[in-house]
Design a binder for this molecule. Structure first.
Ligand SMILES: [Zn+2]
Length: 359
């Protein structure tokens, strides 16, 4: 059995001047313990190993809290500080603030909701802090975390929802930037069992496509973070049940675009469903043309291996319905009236036409 080292086990180090902590060879450190050592400027050496060795981060068998073999701790603190203060990091911090301000202005976030991240190094991720409105973000607020969620730099505490972003980044190396928000129109779908219908607007099909979906879990937990794993490779926009939306891309601006596109699309579908006309859909053949374009752009889509007949199907849950009040494929329309009233109108117009022709 491995020894788990917590902050409590390290409390005595405060009074010490040593800059190295020697842990038992089989030990694992909790994230808080790793943070604690980092703040003290103390590096970790596992008994029998060199201090510079970087064993891979591991999850405990059977689940539970994230633990780390202190791969990040083994890296000199000064290196993190250098990266955090670099020109590249400054530019990304400015971009994170710009995205945050736009999310807030578009009312995609409220209170301190939403969070933004960017993977700046192999194991380092810049992210927004907890408890700060995205409308008020400044570059000084931004934090640096490792891929296990251990904070490496920054004066504010990193968002608790970074675990969600990190799961996407670890599972999908193409995901360098993540944007999470609670945009009202897309989130409205997330609090129903309706899926977001597809095959209605070309831009949505090419840039986003089918929106992924996760089951509900308590925000900020490991279980919540892991809900995205089954869908985060094939979907760059994911509805988080009873919560909001997360989008990812290879850069921040694109991850933000996808958030705009998803919410604008959901808003358009909701408005259209209130107009009362029959909703129309692109044919599977035309959607196939769009998917070919999409593939050349290197964007993910769960439909590349599907048959055309399945391109527009709702799929996130058995029994799910597409979220419009009137749904019928234009290619399948056969002229049948949908209600007795409409049928009567069609009959009346037909009779008038027949009478006029008979004169
Ligand atoms: Zn949230």
């Amino acid at each position: 059995m491995r020894t788990v080292i917590t902050v409590k086990d390290l409390a005595h180090l405060k009074a010490r001047s040593s800059n190295e902590y020697v842990a038992p060879a089989n030990a694992i450190l909790t994230p808080s313990a790793a943070d604690f050592l980092r703040h003290l400027g103390v590096s970790v050496r596992f008994d029998g190993a060199a201090a510079t060795s970087q064993p891979p981060a591991k999850k405990p068998a059977g689940g539970g809290a994230y633990v780390s073999d202190a791969s990040a701790v083994a890296r000199p603190k000064a290196e993190h500080a250098k990266l955090f203060a670099s020109k590249e990091a400054q530019a990304i911090k400015d971009q994170i603030c710009s995205v945050g301000h736009r999310l807030w202005k578009r009312e995609y976030v409220d209170g301190n909701g939403g969070n933004i991240s960017f993977r700046i190094g192999e194991n380092e991720v810049l992210c927004t802090p907890t408890l700060v409105s995205k409308g008020m973000l400044t570059p000084e607020d931004i934090c640096l975390s490792d891929l296990d969620g251990n904070q490496l730099a920054g004066t504010k505490k990193r968002t608790s929802e970074i675990l969600l972003h990190l799961e996407i980044m670890k599972a999908n190396p193409k995901a360098r930037a993540c944007v999470h928000a609670h945009p009202p129109h897309a989130t409205a779908y997330a609090i129903t069992d309706a899926c977001v219908p597809s095959c209605m607007i070309p831009e949505m099909e090419v840039l986003v496509g089918k929106v992924g979906r996760t089951p509900y879990e308590t925000p900020g937990t490991k279980a919540f973070a892991e809900t995205v794993l089954p869908v985060c490779k094939d979907h760059n926009a994911i509805l988080l049940q009873n919560h909001g939306v997360i989008t990812w891309a290879d850069d921040l601006e694109r991850a933000y675009w996808f958030m705009e596109i998803v919410d604008a699309y959901c808003r358009t579908v909701v408005i259209a469903s209130h107009i009362g006309g029959q909703m129309t859909y692109m044919s599977p053949g035309k959607v196939g043309d769009l998917l070919k374009i999409k593939q050349t752009l290197g964007l993910p889509d769960a439909r590349y291996n599907l048959k055309p007949a399945d391109y527009c199907a709702c799929e996130f849950r058995p029994g799910a319905v597409c979220g419009t009040t009137s749904q019928k494929s234009s290619t399948a329309a056969d002229g049948e009236a949908e209600t007795p009233e409409a049928e009567a109108v069609v009959q009346m117009v037909t009779d008038e036409v027949m009478r006029a022709l008979a004169r």
